[in-house]
Design a protein around this ligand. Structure first.
Ligand code: PMP
Ligand code: GLN
Length: 380
């Protein structure tokens, strides 16, 4: 049978590819972003508690009410925003499903969606598979700031949505209050929706505030805000997240959500709800990861690979131009095979990669892992 692909350009994600290569070569894996330590034992106890209590059948389609209420509290406590848990918050199978379902509910054939590159890898395929056209704005190293004039030039009557991500994967930069104010001005009097990927909402460093779209009522009125509990409580394998959006948007979102997954893992939602009712379980994350960033930076001080500034996320970019002239993909493969250290090449996050020599390293790791990785980096 001939299969005419809807996504002929798409291969296997870089995260699967690099993690598989790291396993094959027994390399330290700082490529795919996930912690190499476990979540809090209390969260595990809650998960088993709810399984033993018999919450093992379908959860309600939009998510269990206690978890939606927890999310509503979180959005109020952190950003002063009011979301109705009944009509404006949906629990998803991770942020990936939240993003895909949002794009599926919005994008019609020929619609344009503005994306910023480097762009997290699940955005563009989800736009294109629905006949949408990604319109790229490029963030330039080392600061990866948005040129709002460029955005203004690309914004037109066909722009169905703008997709932002702060803290930003892969660059580790964050959007400022001024950025969001500029976006708010640009979107006034348009019919353009906003999709805001905020999975690292609790991982912002150096006493900066996370500038959630939820803080800006005029933006929030047109926005789907997407987050992931995987990043917040160290459970990327649970694949549970949320989407917060005004009621009419949520209604459209749920039309598709119910047919993509119907509902999400029931006992784990209940466990997450209890665990996150203690706000320290998300408020302390920023210090936890700031310490890891600083530990890693100290260990690699003086190496040929030079760090760029990480303001949020658990990723550190290193500029290797003083070490090698190889392309980032070539070097990432070589480092994994020969030096036993895996990282992600930045070029994979671009449609047309600029000439730069950057690798992304995940520091959501135990100190001993970071130490071993740093020893390798120091030897280069
Ligand atoms: N967006 C960004 C920016 C991410 O880094 C990730 C995951 N690492 C996701 C979305 C997907 O999150 P999830 O694993 O909850 O699907
Ligand atoms: N978001 C993680 C990263 O950026 C990976 C998630 C995945 O493997 N799909 O590394």
């Amino acid at each position: 049978m001939q299969f005419s692909s809807k996504l002929p350009q798409v291969g296997t994600t870089i995260f699967s590819t690099m993690s598989a290569l790291a396993r094959e070569h027994q390399a330290i894996n700082l490529s795919q972003g996930f912690p190499d330590f476990d979540c809090h034992p209390q969260l595990l106890a809650l998960a088993t508690h709810y399984m033993k209590q018999g919450f093992n059948q379908y959860a309600p389609m939009p998510g269990v009410m206690p978890l939606r209420e927890t999310v509503a509290h979180l959005l109020y406590n952190c950003y002063g925003a009011n979301y109705n848990p009944d009509t404006e918050i949906t629990i998803t199978a991770g942020a990936t499903q939240g993003i895909y379902t949002t794009l599926a509910s919005l994008v019609k054939s020929g619609d344009e969606v503005i994306v910023f590159q480097p762009a997290y890898d699940c955005y563009v395929p989800a736009i294109e598979v629905h006949g949408g056209i990604p319109v790229y704005c490029t963030l330039k190293a080392p600061h990866f700031t948005i040129d709002w004039q460029e955005v203004q030039q690309k914004l037109n009557a066909n722009t169905r949505a703008i997709l932002i991500n702060s803290p930003h994967n892969p660059s580790g930069t964050t959007l400022s209050e001024n950025d969001l104010r500029q976006l708010q001005t640009l979107l006034q009097n348009t019919n353009t929706f906003l999709i805001s990927d905020e999975v690292y909402e609790h991982t912002v460093f150096d006493e900066q505030l996370h500038q959630s779209v939820a803080r800006f009522p005029d933006l929030a009125a047109r926005a789907f805000i997407i987050s992931s509990f995987g990043k917040t409580v160290h459970t990327t394998g649970w694949k549970i997240g949320y989407v917060a959006a005004p009621a009419p948007l949520t209604q459209e979102f749920r039309k598709l959500h119910q047919f993509l997954v119907f509902a999400v893992n029931h006992p784990l939602q209940l466990a997450l709800s209890d665990f996150l009712n203690d706000a320290s379980n998300y408020n302390e994350l920023k210090i936890f990861y700031q310490n890891k960033r600083d530990f890693f930076l100290k260990q690699i001080q003086g190496a040929k690979l030079k760090p760029l500034h990480t303001a949020g996320t658990y990723f550190q970019l290193l500029d290797y131009s003083a070490y090698s002239e190889a392309s980032d993909t070539e070097l990432a493969i070589r480092l994994t095979k020969e030096q036993k250290l895996a990282a992600i090449p930045l070029s994979v996050f671009y449609k047309t990669p600029p000439p730069q020599q950057l690798l992304r390293f995940c520091f959501a790791k135990k100190e001993e892992t970071l130490e071993k990785a740093a020893e390798i980096i120091q030897r280069l």
